[in-house]
Design a protein around this ligand. Structure first.
Ligand code: DC
Length: 223
């Protein structure tokens, strides 16, 4: 059962603004639950790829959203694994190509509607940190704490480059910058739940800030 009384801290923003890292640390410090809403869109994207669905077939993608079982499994060392239809899809989920598919699927209003209740179900005591694009505007509009993280596109591309290089993935900064700008444009321009800060969100530009500094600012809002 969802508990509407449980407090929610929403952390929205474009890809690479540091939402994932900041949200996970904030959730762990507060002892609250954590919702990675992007992982739900990515999970549907992975399931759609496995089923060889045509990304222009909206009806098939909506059916796929309803039919896809998505589970989160926390590992003892804190790592979060994402299970799609009983298969651990965590590594595939994190690929740039999956992000691009997720962003395309996320523009379909019925897909967003189909994922609404699954996201709201994460609102449980003692509280929830919800990471995404529309957490403060659409999914938890009554959240008492809302943050919108940004960073320059160049810095976001550089952060992503470092992450991927550490994982041994070969990419170029220029290529990543182009992908980030294209994804920003698609996420911000879609007609349903476009990426934008909630009117009552606190904006934090993370360009040049350390993760710890961002986490401190975010937690200062809650404490
Ligand atoms: O945060 P992420 O990179 O894992 O998200 C992948 C895509 O999913 C992103 O490009 C847009 C979409 N998304 C969304 O539309 N709404 C959300 N709340 C989270 C993600």
């Amino acid at each position: 059962m969802t508990d509407p009384a449980a407090p929610v801290l929403t952390i929205d923003g474009p890809s690479g603004a540091g939402k994932g890292t900041v949200s996970r640390i904030a959730a762990s410090r507060l002892g609250w639950h954590y919702l990675d809403s992007g992982a739900l869109y990515r999970a549907v994207g992975v399931a759609a790829s496995w089923a060889n669905l045509d990304l222009s077939d909206g009806a098939a993608l909506v059916r796929c959203t309803f039919d896809t079982a998505i589970g989160f499994r926390e590992q003892p060392e804190g790592d979060l694994r994402v299970i799609v239809n009983d298969v651990d899809a965590t590594d595939e989920l994190r690929l740039e190509t999956t992000g691009a598919v997720a962003s395309a699927i996320a523009a379909i209003p019925e897909v967003r509607a189909a994922l609404k209740d699954r996201q709201r179900a994460f609102r449980q005591p003692p509280g929830l940190v919800a990471d995404g694009r529309d957490m403060g505007t659409v999914i938890f509009p009554d959240a008492p704490f809302k943050v919108f993280l940004t960073a320059s596109a160049e810095e976001r591309a550089e952060r992503r480059y470092k992450q991927l290089k550490d994982k041994g993935v070969s990419v170029t900064i220029d290529g990543l910058l182009r992908e980030i700008l294209a994804r920003d444009a698609r996420d911000a321009q879609r007609t349903v739940a476009p990426l934008r800060p909630a009117d009552d969100a606190v904006l934090i530009d993370t360009t040049g800030l350390s993760i710890d500094a961002v986490v401190d600012r975010v937690l200062a809002l809650v404490r």
